[in-house]
Design a protein around this ligand. Structure first.
Ligand code: HEC
Length: 130
């Protein structure tokens, strides 16, 4: 009896000294691994930021003109492709992009080849220096 009482007191004391760690609720951007700076650019600029951040350029080229994936410069609305992906290798980005990201992506793709096309590569900077 005495041993049990001492043990349970020890357990209670341990719980007091080491409270269970607070649950950390992951925020969307930390779940994606990389946080974006707060929006500071034009819609096309924020679209370019997402284009670089999510590696669209890996398949569609640095400026959208296509490599392994097709030329998507000037594309009007990417919503369906972002949601469903494609059978030839286009992944779905539904879980990774907000509706604002998609609107910004449309603005970016439409700007390609025009004088307002953003061409920076330092997407992680609030105001990209390059
Ligand atoms: C792993 C390679 C890959 C990545 C990464 C990728 N795509 Fe694609 N994408 C493709 C391929 C391949 C197609 C051809 C269609 C298919 O897969 O059926 C395609 C098709 C598309 C199309 C349709 C083009 C058309 O025919 O009208 C759009 C728009 C598009 N991608 C946008 C994007 C955007 C935006 C991103 C980034 C968020 C992205 N893609 C990332 C490979 C990729």
């Amino acid at each position: 009896m005495h041993v049990i009482r001492v043990l349970s007191a020890a357990v209670a004391l341990a719980a007091l000294l080491h409270p269970p760690a607070r649950a950390v609720v992951p925020q969307p951007d930390t779940m994606r691994g990389i946080a974006s700076p707060a929006a500071t650019l034009s819609s096309a600029g924020e679209g370019r930021r997402v284009y670089l951040k999510l590696n669209c350029y890996g398949c569609h080229g640095m400026h959208g003109y296509g490599t392994m994936g097709p030329n998507i410069a000037g594309e009007g609305d990417v919503t369906e492709w972002i949601y469903a992906g494609g059978a030839q290798g286009m992944p779905s980005f539904r879980a990774l992009m907000t509706s604002t990201d998609i609107l910004n992506m449309n603005a970016y793709l439409k700007s390609i080849g025009t004088p307002v096309e953003p061409t920076f590569t330092h997407w992680w900077e609030a105001v990209p220096s390059q």
